[in-house]
Design a protein around this ligand. Structure first.
Ligand code: SF4
Length: 361
């Protein structure tokens, strides 16, 4: 028997008037499909966790990226599915170069706040967005600009040449002479004026490693990354006992005790070439867990073991992991949250960044 089934649709929805028996379910699924075709772009909240939906979400991001003339830059510590939709994945140095030379109108920075700020500093006319504005950094927070300014004032007689690790706020960069990343810190410290006292901020561990490598004495700000100081001598010794033939590759933000156990201490970018070129087939990677995704992708056929901490099998940065594919989609859709800062700070912060980019070429 025929059923008169009318399905009205307000606004962008489509209405049907059918006399069809037993087709209600089919009709409803057609409605869902038609809605998807004709509705305005939806919030990513509608995408579920199944694989097909993740693929759809990634495709929607790529489509939006084109429409917005945007470039997606992602740090090595981002979750794998963000790395997979990014135009460029790298460490702070590589990301800074890419941010500087891009001709896109919009930079979507998948990393933490200070990284997106850096992109904005070198691109004042572009729209720079960060999927989650709360993605901060314990290291950056350990050195507030007001504290640094007060310290410099109290120690004016030292006439410090301030070298700042890029993991700091725009306010701290504005008080610095030059910026470094873990990839170029040795080169830049070696090029620092020989007649000046150096203050290195904010990471005492990276600063200590650079002193060991260059022999240059520096005063170190007592900040650190809460993720990298979680690795301990005991936790790394334990994993090394399990994989005695696997070289230990550690980031210089790790403590001195952990660095002593490492076969190689280097930036995340250098980890790629080190593991690719090394004859070993297995490596213990002592840095934030997101790095393993990139290593497994770019150095296939080798085994990468996450360096454990004393209480977990690998270390994830809660700030880096605040960005999700859904937030990335929504950020592109709404061009928000946007990074902004006073022009005076931006202009002062730009100088030491440009000095770094120049000196590390
Ligand atoms: S891993 Fe450490 S340095 Fe990097 S963003 Fe997280 S807290 Fe900051």
């Amino acid at each position: 028997m025929g059923v008169d089934l009318t399905v009205p649709g307000p606004g962008w929805q489509v209405g049907f008037h059918l006399r069809v028996a037993g087709f209600r379910d089919k009709l409803l699924s057609i409605m869902v499909a038609l809605n998807t075709l004709v509705q305005p772009p939806a919030s990513a909240e509608g995408f579920s966790a199944d694989a097909a939906s993740r693929t759809d979400l990634a495709a929607a991001i790529r489509r939006l990226k084109k429409e917005r003339n945007a470039v997606i830059l992602a740090h090595n510590y981002q979750i794998g599915e963000i790395q997979d939709v990014a135009d460029y994945v790298g460490d702070s140095l590589g990301l800074s170069y890419h941010a500087q030379k891009t001709d896109a109108d919009v930079i979507v920075f998948c990393g933490v706040h200070f990284m997106a700020e850096t992109a904005k500093i070198v691109n004042p006319t572009k729209t720079v967005i960060l999927p989650d504005l709360d993605a901060g950094c314990s290291l950056s927070e350990s050195c507030p600009p007001e504290k640094l300014a007060a310290f410099l004032e109290r120690n004016a007689d030292k006439n410090y040449y301030v070298i700042a690790y890029i993991n700091c706020s725009a306010g701290v960069k504005a008080l610095s002479d030059v910026i470094v990343t873990s990839g170029n810190a040795i080169k830049i410290v070696e090029a620092a004026p020989a007649d000046r006292n150096i203050l290195f901020v904010p990471d005492q561990n990276l600063g200590g490693w650079v002193m060991e490598k260059t022999g240059r004495k520096m005063d170190l700000w007592q900040g650190n990354c809460y993720v990298h100081v979680e690795f301990t001598r005991q936790s790394i010794e334990r994993i090394r006992d399990q994989y005695p033939d696997a070289p230990v590759v550690a980031h210089p933000e790790c403590t001195f005790a952990v660095r002593l156990l490492a076969d190689e201490v280097c930036s995340t970018e250098k980890m790629i070439s080190y593991c690719r070129d090394h004859e070993a087939n297995a490596f213990i990677i002592v840095t934030e867990g997101g790095m393993l995704h990139r290593l497994r992708k770019e150095v296939p056929g080798k085994l990468f073991i996450a360096g454990p901490t004393d209480h977990c099998a690998c270390a994830d940065c809660r700030f880096m992991k605040m960005n999700t594919l859904e937030k990335l989609h929504d950020a592109l859709l709404h061009l928000s949250p946007e990074i902004t800062m006073p022009e005076e700070i931006r202009a002062r912060a730009e100088k030491p960044i440009l000095r770094m980019l120049e000196q590390s070429r």
